[in-house]
Design a protein around this ligand. Sequence first.
Ligand code: URA
Length: 147
Amino acid sequence: MIIGEAPGYDEDRAGEPFVGPAGQLLTKMLAAIKLSREEVYITNVVKCHPPQNRNPHQDEIETCHPYLKAQLDIIRPKLILTLGNFATQTLLQTTEGITNLRGRFFDYHGIKLLPTFHPAALLRNPGWKRSAWHDLQLLQKAYQPTP
Ligand code: URA
């Protein structure tokens, strides 16, 4: 299961997560570790598009949290990849930044959770792609699809 921040403009129009430029990069990142979008469940912490792409507010994160928890209970993912600060901090209940949290596994109620950079951040900071590639390879090693 892959968890991002909130729908952007393109996602709001399409009614689907990660279909804009960040989503296209996410699709390529998954392909690099031999995963198709059909093999993963992709969602966001916040379910509505924050106006002007502003950061989600705490009350919006809290309002959407029961929905995200229900998704986690239904999907019962083997692994969780959190993209960026909002998803990582929400699930791990921390204020620590993504730069310190990325690249290692945490336990989320018995599920392995790996934080990495958000693809939109990678589009703005291409120099971070090397670290993201390291993280994706960790994910690939931890993911053993059933034959
Ligand atoms: N960024 C996100 O965090 N989620 C999306 O669905 C699209 C962009």
